[in-house]
Design a protein around this ligand. Structure first.
Ligand SMILES: *Cc1c(COP(=O)(O)O)cnc(C)c1O
Length: 429
C-alpha cells in the first residue's frame, strides 16, 4: 500500500482536549509556552517556529515505531512506512544540499558531530576548529566536552576588529599540527566562511573537510548562503531545527566515499532506534525547503539581519566584528550600555524580547556573566517581519538597555511589543 492510498485522516493527531482533562499541569505549561511564543519577539538566532506540519508529524504514530537499521535493512519488522519516510527524507536532503549521501537519523546536532568524529577518526587524532569564544560550538572540541578530551583539537581564532580568519596562521598551524580534519562552522560568528581557503589548506595537509552548518543550514538550503559542497567539501552537518524550521534533530551529509563509515557510525556506533516521527518531520521540512517561498524566506532573514545590525549601529551599539554577513549579530552590551550579558538578557526578557547572553572573543568576563548578547532574525522573519520592523525592534532594545531600571519604560515597551506581535501571527498557532 502506498502512502497515497492511505487517505482517511489519521486518528493519531495530538489530542490536546484529552491532555487538558488528564494532566492539567502539563497542559497549563504548554498553554503558557504557546502564549509566550505568541506575545514575544524571539531573537535567539538558533531558534525558530517550525512548520505546522512538523508539529503534526512529531505528534504522530511514527513515535511508536522502532526502526533500527536503514531502509531495506532493518532489524525489526513492520517497516513499510518507515522505509518510505526515511527514503523520502534522504532523497530530499540530497537534492536540497546537492550532495551524494545523507544520514537523517542523528538525534541532535551534538550526536551528528560525534558520529562524524568517531566514525572517521581515531582517538587522539588532530582536528582544527574555531575557538569557542570566537564562535565555535561546544562540540567543536571545547575542553568541557567529551569530544574535547577524546580528540586533539587545535583552535583558530578571528580578528578582533573585522572577524576575519588569518589563513596564513591557519596554514602554518595546519602544517605544524597535521590535522586529520579541518572543521569550519559556528554558533556565534556573524560573518561568512571562505570555504575555498579552508579547502586549499586541507588539501595541502591531506585533511578531511567538514562544515558544521547547524546555524545556517536553512540559509544554504534556501540558496541565500554558499553551499560548502560547491567548494569540494567532504562533510556537511546541520541541525534541522534552526534556520531550516524543522524538528529537533541533525543530519550528516557527505560525499560517497564517506557514506558507509558515516552510516555505521550513527547506527550502530552511536545510537539505537532513530526517532521516526522526527524523520517524517524532516522529510516535510526538506520538501518545504525546495520552494520559492523558502528561498524568499532565507534571503529575507539576511536582509533583516542587515537592517537590525544597521539600526543598532546607528544607535551607537558596539557589534562584534562591526556588523553581520549572516543571520546573527553579537552586541557587546558591556561596552555599549555598561551591562553584562546576563543583565541585558534579563532586561529584554522583561519586555518579551528573547535574546541570549553570549561570550565575545577573548571575553574578560565569565561565561555566566559574559560581555554580550547574541541576536538573530530567523524566527522573527518566519512571522513575516521585514526591514522596517527591525528598526522598531532596535529602538525598543536600545531604549530598554539604556534605562534598565525604569519600570515605566519597561512596562510601556512590554505592552507595545505584545500589541506589535498580534500583527505577526506564528504559523500554525
Ligand atoms: C546548535 C549547534 C549544535 C548542536 O545542536 P544540538 O541539537 O543542540 O545538540 C552543533 N553545532 C553547532 C554549530 C550548533 O550551532
Amino acid at each position: 500500500m502506498s502512502l497515497n492510498e492511505n487517505r482517511s485522516f489519521p486518528a493519531s493527531v495530538t489530542n490536546l482536549a484529552e491532555l487538558e482533562g488528564n494532566d492539567p499541569e502539563v497542559f497549563a505549561a504548554l498553554c503558557g509556552e504557546e502564549t509566550r511564543e505568541r506575545n514575544g519577539i524571539e531573537l535567539i538566532p538558533s531558534e525558530n517556529y517550525t512548520f505546522p506540519e512538523v508539529l503534526a508529524c512529531l505528534g504522530s504514530v511514527f513515535t511508536n515505531k522502532y526502526s533500527e537499521g536503514y531502509p531495506g535493512r532493518r532489524y525489526y519488522g513492520g517497516q513499510t512506512f518507515t522505509d518510505q519516510i526515511e527514503n523520502l527524507a534522504r532523497d530530499r536532503a540530497k537534492s536540497v544540499f546537492r550532495c551524494e549521501h545523507a544520514n537523517v537519523q542523528p538525534l541532535s546536532g551534538s550526536a551528528m558531530n560525534q558520529a562524524v568524529y568517531l566514525g572517521l577518526l581515531e582517538p587522539g587524532d588532530t582536528i582544527m576548529a574555531m575557538d569557542l569564544s570566537h564562535g565555535g560550538h561546544l562540540t567543536h572540541g571545547a575542553p568541557v566536552s567529551h569530544m574535547g578530551s577524546l580528540f586533539n583539537f587545535v583552535r583558530y581564532v578571528t580578528d578582533p576588529v573585522d572577524g576575519s580568519i588569518d589563513f596564513d596562521q591557519v596554514r602554518s598551524d595546519a602544517l605544524r599540527t597535521k590535522p586529520k580534519m579541518m572543521l569550519c562552522g559556528y554558533t556565534s560568528y556573524p560573518r561568512d566562511i571562505d570555504y575555498a581557503a579552508f579547502k586549499a589548506i586541507a588539501d595541502e595537509v591531506g585533511a578531511i573537510t567538514m562544515t558544521d552548518a547547524s546555524h545556517f543550514g536553512g540559509l544554504v538550503a534556501g540558496q541565500a548562503m554558499n553551499n560548502p559542497f560547491d567548494f569540494g567539501f567532504d562533510i556537511v552537518t546541520t541541525t534541522t531545527h534552526k534556520s531550516l524550521r524543522g524538528p529537533r534533530g541533525g543530519m550528516v551529509l557527505c560525499r560517497k566515499p564517506f557514506a558507509k563509515k558515516i552510516d555505521k557510525s550513527v547506527f550502530p556506533g552511536l545510537q539505537g532506534g532513530p526517532h521516526m516521527n522526527a524523520v517524517a518531520a524532516i522529510a516535510v521540512t526538506l520538501q518545504k525547503a525546495q520552494t520559492i517561498e523558502f528561498q524568499a524566506y532565507a534571503h529575507q532573514v539576511l536582509k533583516n539581519a542587515k537592517a537590525l545590525s544597521g539600526a543598532l549601529l546607528d544607535e551607537g551599539a558596539d557589534l562584534v566584528t562591526g556588523g553581520t554577513d549572516n543571520h546573527m549579530m553579537v552586541m557587546d552590551t558591556m561596552k555599549t550600555f555598561g551591562l553584562d550579558g546576563r543583565v541585558a538578557e534579563e532586561v529584554l526578557d522583561r519586555v518579551q524580547i528573547t535574546t541570549n547572553k553570549q561570550i565575545i572573543p577573548d571575553d574578560p568576563n565569565p561565561p555566566l556573566r559574559p560581555s554580550g548578547i547574541r541576536m538573530g532574525t530567523p524566527a522573527a522573519t518566519t512571522r513575516g517581519m521585514l526591514e522596517s520592523d527591525m528598526l522598531q525592534l532596535s529602538g525598543w532594545i536600545c531604549e530598554c538597555l539604556r534605562h534598565p531600571e525604569d519600570e515605566g519604560i519597561l512596562s510601556r515597551v512590554r505592552g507595545e511589543v505584545e500589541a506589535f506581535c498580534q500583527g505577526f501571527p506564528v504559523p500554525g498557532l
